[in-house]
Design a protein around this ligand. Structure first.
Ligand SMILES: *Cc1c(COP(=O)(O)O)cnc(C)c1O
Length: 360
């Protein structure tokens, strides 16, 4: 066994070709005589890397010119605070959809800055679905509406971004960004930690409509002001240069593979193989409502949880790791991000069938 099939939710699998390219370029990037890690972030070599990464991301996602792209730090978790600090804009209340563990954390943090209205919740069915927009009790005076586009732990994805009228829609896309095309113009702000479906940990991407900037709550630290970050091209201080470089390589590869439409097609195929295997079995189950089954994070349970440990052990022996479900949900979870090859999903479903046959 050389490389494992890594089903981790994050930090997660990266394309082998990119690891090899980074390895080849490590001591001497493009004749600069140094690695990207050693470059001044204000030198022309590094500035070109970051500018190209932004241009490629804009092209991939079709980001309109009226939006700023920010390369920040602090993870998606820091955005739980930065979003209300920047987007309250003199208002007092904010709307949040509660679909699971990450929504709950975002709600808790927003509550430090404003009055949170939970517009709908799926807690009644243990966060196994997303309440449809027709059930959301939107507050017309809210500063914004926040959704978690994919609950990475629960495996619940929202496929259709609803129309929230003049109230900006804010989305945590940490585990589904770049998994399929989305219409950026439907959103006021999108954020994502890079370590799920993009690149290394340490980079957080924010895409924000320009007209929402510049009205932070009093006392907002300089580093947490989107406008200051935007005015400084995400270089108010030293950006996470190496993580941005690797993310840039990922963007280039996705473009070369045909963009997000092609990526979506591959992701649908991988997800179909896994969900079909779950649906065909009475030994394994997917707890998630069909219309909200994430393409990226697939939790599943064994009918007999006493076999969990044995299942995980056998998977590991076959080179498949990080399949244990989150402690809050139990069971298994396979994260099948862009960089997970279809062979990994095939190996998993083959093993599941074999395990079922010998244990049932
Ligand atoms: C992982 C994750 C987070 C937290 O990300 P950090 O970058 O570790 O702060 C937030 N939201 C979602 C949906 C996630 O998957």
């Amino acid at each position: 066994m050389d490389r494992v099939f890594n089903f981790s939710a994050g930090p997660a699998v990266l394309p082998l070709e990119i690891l090899r390219q980074a390895q080849a370029e490590l001591p001497n990037w493009h004749g600069s005589g140094m690695s990207v890690m050693e470059m001044s972030h204000r030198g022309k070599e590094y500035m070109s890397i970051q500018a190209e990464a932004e241009a490629d991301l804009r092209e991939l996602m079709g980001i309109p010119s009226s939006y700023k792209v920010l390369f920040l730090q602090g993870g998606a978790s820091l955005q739980f605070a930065m979003v209300p600090m920047n987007l309250l804009r003199g208002r007092t209340s904010v709307d949040y959809l509660n679909t699971g563990e990450w929504s709950k954390k975002a709600i808790k943090e927003a509550g430090k800055f404003g009055a949170v209205t939970v517009i709908a919740s799926s807690e009644d069915r243990n966060f196994t679905y997303a309440p449809p927009p027709s059930q959301w009790k939107l507050n017309p005076d809210a500063a914004y509406v926040h959704i978690t586009q994919t609950e990475t732990i629960g495996g619940v994805e929202i496929f259709d971004a609803p129309d929230t009228g003049s109230v900006p829609l804010v989305s945590d896309m940490s585990s589904m960004i770049l998994s399929r095309p989305i219409d950026v113009s439907k959103y006021g702000l999108i954020y994502a930690g890079a370590q799920k479906n993009i690149g290394p940990a340490g980079l957080t991407i924010v895409i924000v409509r320009e007209d929402l900037l510049g009205q932070t709550v009093a006392g907002t630290p300089t580093m947490m002001d989107y406008k200051i970050q935007a005015d400084n091209d995400s270089m108010y201080n030293t950006p996470p240069t190496y993580a941005i470089y690797i993310a840039g390589l990922v963007f280039k590869q996705l473009k070369a593979l045909g963009g997000l439409a092609a990526t979506e097609k591959a992701n649908h195929e991988k997800a179909r193989i896994l969900y079909d295997a779950l649906d065909a079995s009475s030994f394994f189950q997917s707890p998630v409502a069909k219309e909200n089954r994430s393409l990226m994070n697939v939790p599943f349970t064994l009918e007999n949880p006493e076999l969990d440990e044995e299942f995980l052990k056998g998977a590991k022996a076959r080179g498949m790791i990080q399949l244990k479900g989150h402690r809050s949900v139990g069971g298994m979870r396979a994260s099948i991000y862009n960089a997970m090859p279809v062979e990994g999903v095939q190996a998993l479903t083959d093993y599941m069938k074999e395990f079922e046959k010998t244990r049932s």
